[in-house]
Structure formats: structure tokens, C-alpha cells
Design a binder for this molecule. Structure first.
Ligand SMILES: Nc1nc2c(ncn2[C@@H]2O[C@H](COP(=O)(O)OP(=O)(O)OP(=O)(O)O)[C@@H](O)[C@H]2O)c(=O)[nH]1
Ligand SMILES: [Mg+2]
Length: 287
């Protein structure tokens, strides 16, 4: 089974161009990754776009990710040139540390200003990341109220918006950006099932088949617990879907399996975290 997707709508091309222009004006970039898919949510175009610009990586939605793997991801990603902070923007956990890390990354620049006698210049931080990863939610957390629109669907933020967070610190919210081609089908799949890609542009049936196959291997107990079913290793994906359908009454007239309903149910339960916490990308082995 192969999951294919190619999606680069017009507004994202525009967003990428805007991002390039704004980059010239910012001092630090926060790259927000989805802790469930740190590898697949990292934009491969960003390295070139950033050049020497200081960066801080934020692993968000840690409440929905496998905590052990998040720790390993943090160790594996940490690098001499940037720090990695885990956050949960839904509750605000880790947000203070993230801002401290951004301020630290800006220190060489602010020291340079100080030497030149420049005063009252704010540190400008830009947040980038795939659609729906939680960029606007972070801004609202920092401001302490709803300043920018957030919603659980990709493509909510369209324009760029500067927000003053505190004295001397400004943050730029940007629209989520994807890249033209997902060379690896796994990347498209990961982005689809975690909510970075609109459901209208991928085959939900294939996505759920691939997802159940993966969960059966890596997290079988979570499927059993969520739906109150028992699985055996010999179960095919269709067997699992049938068991879920029976447990949840996803049946059509005559007792026939209503596959569409199962697909909808599984995708929703996975995306909302109702099925549990998962990390779909294996952490890199630390050196
Ligand atoms: N569980 C959980 N949900 C989160 C977290 N952070 C954000 N969300 C939710 O994720 C959804 C998307 O958040 P947004 O802040 O709108 O995402 P965005 O990155 O600005 O998305 P675009 O503007 O489309 O690029 C919202 O429903 C948030 O409530 C988190 O740490 N944990
Ligand atoms: Mg947004």
C-alpha cells in the first residue's frame, strides 16, 4: 500500500515568498515541529533559507506524543548551533523556556547593538512550521489572550502579523508552509494523519489502512484499549477495521461493514489524541 500526496497550493507559494522577505527583518527563527513527527514536520527548504540566522527548535504537541521518544528526539536533535525545547502550547508548558532560548540565541545580536549604542531595539522572532502545528496558539499563550486566530485545521493563518510579547520582544506569526514534493511517501502520510494536510486532498482510506498497520506493529495495546477489541498478529488491516466497526456499530443495513464510517472514526480518534499518544518518527540514535 502506498500513500501518495502532492500538495502545494498557491497561498503557500505566496507564504514562502513572504517568509523569505520577512527573514531579512528578523533576528531569530523558532522552527516549530510536531513532536509526533519531528522528522516529517521539518521543512527541508528551511536550512537554505535560514543561512546563518540563529534558530531555536520547539517540539510542540508533546502531550500527544510518546514521552520517551520525545526525550530521545531532544537528545538527538540537540546541536551546537541551536537549542531544542519541548512545549505544549495547549497548556503553556515549556513556553517560558522557549522564549528564554530565543532570547539567548539573540544575545550575540543584542550585544552588538549595545556596543554600537543602539537602544530600544526589540528582538524580532519569527515562528515557522507546517500548517496546524500550533504557531498561533503559541502567540496567544504568550500574550495571554486570543490575539490571533487558531483552529484545528490547516491553513488558518493567511497573513503575517507582528505581535509585541513583552518589552523588547516581538513575534511574527506566519502561515503554515509545506514544500512542493514529499520525496518520501512517509512524510506525506505523517503530515496527513497528524492534521497538517486537509483531508480533502488525500485518500483517507489508504491513510487509515497504513495507520492501522503501523499501530498494530508499534502500539497494538492502544488500539485494543480504545475500541475494547482483541487483536491477533494474524489480523489483516481489514480484520481490524471490521472489529472496530462491530465494536462501534459502524454497520450498514443488513449488518454490512460501513468502511467509510470506520475510516472517519479512526482518523478522528488518532488526530484528536483520543487513541492515545504516539510518535510516528523514530528518534535518531544519539552519538
Ligand atoms: N493537544 C495539543 N493541541 C495543540 C497544541 N498546540 C496547539 N494545539 C492545537 O492545534 C490546533 C492548531 O493550532 P494553530 O495555532 O491554529 O496552528 P497554526 O500552526 O497557527 O496553523 P496555521 O495557521 O494553519 O499554519 C488548534 O486546535 C490548537 O488548539 C498542543 O501543544 N497540544
Ligand atoms: Mg496560525
Amino acid at each position: 500500500m502506498e500513500f501518495k500526496i502532492q500538495w502545494f497550493p498557491g497561498h503557500m507559494t505566496k507564504a514562502k515568498r513572504m517568509m523569505e522577505t520577512q527573514l531579512k527583518l528578523v533576528d531569530v527563527v523558532i522552527e516549530m515541529l510536531d513532536a509526533r513527527i519531528p522528522r516529517s514536520s521539518s521543512n527541508p527548504m528551511l536550512i537554505d533559507m535560514l543561512g546563518n540566522k540563529p534558530k531555536v527548535v520547539a517540539l510542540n504537541k508533546t502531550d500527544m506524543a510518546d514521552a520517551e521518544k520525545t526525550e530521545l528526539w531532544i537528545k538527538g536533535l540537540k546541536n551546537k548551533s541551536f537549542s531544542v525545547v519541548q512545549v505544549n502550547c495547549a497548556t503553556g508548558k515549556g513556553v517560558k523556556q522557549l522564549i528564554a532560548a530565543a532570547q539567548m540565541a539573540a544575545r550575540p545580536i543584542s550585544e552588538k547593538w549595545a556596543k554600537k549604542g543602539v537602544k530600544n531595539r526589540s528582538i524580532r522572532v519569527m515562528i515557522v512550521g507546517v500548517p496546524n502545528v500550533g504557531k498561533s496558539t503559541l502567540i496567544n499563550r504568550l500574550v495571554g489572550r486570543t490575539k490571533v486566530v487558531t483552529e484545528n485545521r490547516p491553513g488558518v493563518t493567511r497573513g503575517q502579523q507582528w505581535i509585541t510579547i513583552a518589552k523588547g520582544l516581538e513575534l511574527l506569526d506566519t502561515p503554515g508552509v509545506l514544500w512542493p514534493k514529499f520525496e518520501d511517501p512517509q512524510v506525506g502520510f505523517d503530515l496527513a494523519v497528524t492534521g497538517a494536510i486537509k483531508e480533502e486532498v488525500f485518500d483517507r482510506g489508504i491513510a487509515v489502512d497504513v495507520l492501522l498497520e503501523k499501530l498494530q506493529k508499534e502500539y497494538p495495546a492502544q488500539i485494543c484499549e480504545t475500541y475494547g477489541i482483541e487483536l491477533s498478529e494474524a489480523d489483516t488491516v481489514r480484520d481490524i477495521e471490521t472489529k472496530i466497526a462491530k465494536a462501534r456499530g459502524c454497520l450498514k443495513a443488513g449488518g454490512l461493514l460501513d468502511l467509510d464510517k470506520v475510516i472517519q472514526l479512526v482518523l478522528r480518534d488518532f488526530k484528536t489524541g483520543r487513541m492515545g499518544s504516539f510518535t510516528l518518527n523514530e528518534p535518531p540514535r544519539s552519538l
